[in-house]
Design a protein around this ligand. Sequence first.
Ligand code: ADP
Ligand code: MG
Length: 874
Amino acid sequence: MFKWLGSLTDSNERELKKLSPLVQATNSLEPQFERLSDAELREKTEELKKRLTDGETLEEILPPAFAAVREAARRTLGQRHFDVQLMGGIVLHQGKSAEMKTGEGKTLVATLPLYLNALTGKGCHLVTLNDYLARRDPVWMGAIYHLLGVSVSSIVHEAAYIYDPAYSASDPRWNGLRPISRREAYSADITYGTNHEFGFDYLRDNMARDLSQTVQRPLYYAIVDEVDNILIDEARTPLIISGPSPEPTQRYYAFSRIVSRLKPQEDFQVDEKERAVTLTDLGISRVEKALKDLGELKAAGLYDAANYYLSYYLESALKAMVLFRRDKDYVVKDGQVIIVDEFTGRLMFGRRYSEGLHQAIEAKEGVKVQQETVTYATITLQNYFRMYEKLAGMTGTAVTEAEEFHKIYKLEVVVIPTHKDMVRVDHPDRVYKTEEGKFRAAAREIEELHKKGQPVLVGTTSIEKNEKLSEMLGLRGVPHQVLNAKQHEKEASIIAQAGRLAAVTVATNMAGRGVDIILGGNPDGLALGRGLDPLAQPEEYKEALASLQKQCAQEREKVVDLGGLFILGTERHEARRIDNQLRGRSGRQGDPGASRFYISLEDELVRNFGGDRVKAVMDWAGLDEDTPIEHSMVSKAIENAQIKVEAINFDIRKHLVEYDDVLNKHREVIYGERRKTLSGADLRPNILEAIREEIAAVIEASADEHGALDPEKLQAELFTFLPLPPTLSLDGNKPRKELEEELVGLAERLYQEKEEKIGGEDMRLLERLVMLGTMDKLWVEHLTLMENMRHGIGLRAYGQADPLVAYKREGHNLFQSLLSATKYDVVRTIYKAGIVRQAPQPREPVGVAAGHKTGRNDPCPCGSGKKYKKCHGK
Ligand code: ADP
Ligand code: MG
């Protein structure tokens, strides 16, 4: 382990050394670029583009491109990229992950490689954590791009903008963001947006029935900000576009009732670590009996193939009852079950657990079970991001997850040194016997810090704990701000001021991530908070800002003297990385700061994974509730527990990808075919070929075991798809080949007749529509089949063969059936189909969140502009 780490450090040193010539080359251009006028600086963009078209590589033009961005940033923002920031920029350009601590200025770093790569004209994406940042960052960095003459856009949920410094928005914070269409936004040189928006646009583009409805260009280069959060934490839930299905919902209530009568241990067993529930034999027979009484059992045994669909309900009902807890995993609000993000503690409105779990929880809570959904399109974030030609990431905490980045995304992690030395003091953990004792001590400490005037940011792991602590602080009369499951924007404005004198901010672990905490306060935020509009009231704004800047600077001095921002963690998170994130909020850019975690033996992590050793130490020391212990042995044990959980979670995600990889191959083929069809490929030869094959197959199927043809059977079969003259009579004694030739000739003639009747152009359109309609319908069915099959396999293969192998094999079979079914359906539709012309309808921008459900009368999520029930919901 240490050896491995050692070699990692060495190779990191080597990587950093390799960057230095490029940094020096950029630096040496600086005096020359400083002398350019703004117009001359802008001309650099055209000049560099030309050098690229003349055959130079991106590496060759990196120094002048970086020098141009640095100079533009100095002129517009008054911020000159530090050398370490250039290093970060090079690493990002190379398609790696740059680990740069919080506050090192990653927003500014990204401008370097984004500009450089945008010179190719291919469109670069910056992936942000949330919509708030997707708006903030292009506005913040906009002036740099604007000076250099490259366009930058922002896509958020149901809106898209282009940066235009003269544009005055109704909310002054978003001055500069002019609304445009999504397609236009994707044509910009650089686009900021969240992983959800990028991913859903990709899926929606692949549901479009016309090329003009698609919005994205081919995926070229993406930089993922806070990459660990997006590619690791969020990567557990795939993106799904779904709509309602006609399946009954009562079954969920029935199953909920059945499992609620089961007894732990006797009927089922729980593995809390693996988050798994398994029925005992007794449990199985109880469930079977109950189902039999309800008349639901289609075969004797619960796990017989005919009953697979039931195990789906059973599994979700069991999980809902045993593993999911109200107010921790989800909350019930206004008759709805709302997921709580386990990492941020936010309420994830509109998100639903997949695979029937959400419905099962609704049944358990006795609220209305929302109708089940059909999946129209789905992809894991892993497979979405792997489609980019080049992928890069940046975050303050990547190195603990280096293995996963490498294995799943082929992303190498390079640790960039900080601009100034880090001086934050990380105190050892304080461990208490009970949770009560721990919270009492934490509240006491917060009160003391507050009295002293030192700002403190308190991190908790859940809303529940957040509220508990808030109550305790209230009782002690400590004024504080609580960040829960509120909007990102509001959280951002609160957290931005968390470094003010005596500020107490209680937040779920990652609330407001991406927002800089400046000691003494953020003057811009305070000025905007007064409702001043810098575009509408430039003078007033400037004046207020100047006085606030002075005030914040004075406050900063005091806060620095008090030791900077104090981070107080109230529980260790499952992943060390999240703890490091929390700590990293303090001590930015050489600021003083401190951190300490409060832990109790009753914490979930310690209970499940800490082992008896920790407990033994406490008992042995004979400590009471209020006396903490600080011992390296305890901290070590907790860290080991975290490493264990990290590995389990990595496994879960790896698993998800391994399964999605199977489907991904199918998706590639189908989406590829769709693309070809949409871009106007001539389908006539393919369809005629399919007709020929179908005729041969029908002939084959009409022969008896001795090879003798049954002409009547053959004729009946042919009539199902060919508009044959009713007078046709087939000679069953003709040689097979001859008969086939004759029929194929006839079919081709009929095809030609149809084409002459409706015209070549419409025939091509018809072919396309029939092909797309068929592919889409069968693809959606395929997604459901694959999902059900996976469930079935999970149950069947329990403890035996590797379920993944079985999934791959059966997946392959299902895919082959999908391909032949497509042919079959196309052949059987093409002669019958016709075109009815409708007035064109504009495409409404529609947003679909993960698990978002479309009503029958809503616009279809594919963006056709038609009602859902008239389009994909048919
Ligand atoms: P990160 O994303 O790495 O946590 P941010 O991009 O939020 O950091 O930037 C942190 C702070 O550092 C911001 O206030 C930003 O303006 C400031 N900053 C970044 N780079 C520079 C620079 N080269 N010169 C001056 N200030 C900088
Ligand atoms: Mg950031």
